[in-house]
Design a protein around this ligand. Structure first.
Ligand code: HEC
Length: 131
């Protein structure tokens, strides 16, 4: 391989591996720039549908204070997490039902509830609040 094609290959590899969806959800612009409306919407959806499992840890669901678990999830990035929430997800601990049982939730509402979960976890890193 000559030098030029090696350089092109490196460039392709670099851009191929730095796709925007591979980073942690904490680096996602949607997390950093969440509006008050989106947060409130997420809170509403969370307290209507998600809290039954994720506040009390029912059916194998992780509580929001289970930081190790949520850090691993965060690293999957927004797109994968969104797909798992929308379509459901069969994990090692249990089954996350499609749309978290919020059957009439829009994509926007699901996205808001995910952002809300990670905002709450991120604001409680010292584990002092009961989420
Ligand atoms: C019936 C209980 C239940 C409800 C309701 C529920 N979840 Fe879950 N959730 C689970 C279980 C069980 C898992 C998978 C645990 C595992 O990793 O094995 C999970 C996993 C997740 C994950 C991690 C997915 C991944 O890629 O690892 C996210 C994010 C999540 N839930 C968000 C939500 C949101 C948002 C809602 C409300 C819209 C919700 N959940 C409602 C039980 C529930």
């Amino acid at each position: 391989m000559n030098k030029i094609s090696f350089f092109i290959l490196l460039t392709l590899l670099y851009f191929g591996c730095s796709g925007k969806d591979t980073g942690s959800i904490y680096g996602d612009p949607q997390m950093k720039n969440i509006s008050a409306e989106m947060f409130t919407l997420g809170k509403k959806v969370y307290s209507r549908s998600c809290f039954t499992c994720h506040t009390y840890g029912l059916s194998g669901a992780a509580k929001l204070v289970d930081f190790d678990y949520w850090n691993r999830v965060a690293d999957k990035g927004m797109d994968t997490i969104f797909t798992h929430v929308k379509e459901g997800y069969n994990g090692n601990r249990g089954i996350m039902p499609p749309k978290g049982n919020c059957f009439n939730c829009s994509d926007e509402e699901l996205r808001a509830s995910i952002l809300y979960i990670f905002q709450k976890i991120n604001s409680n890193k010292d584990g002092t609040k009961y989420l």
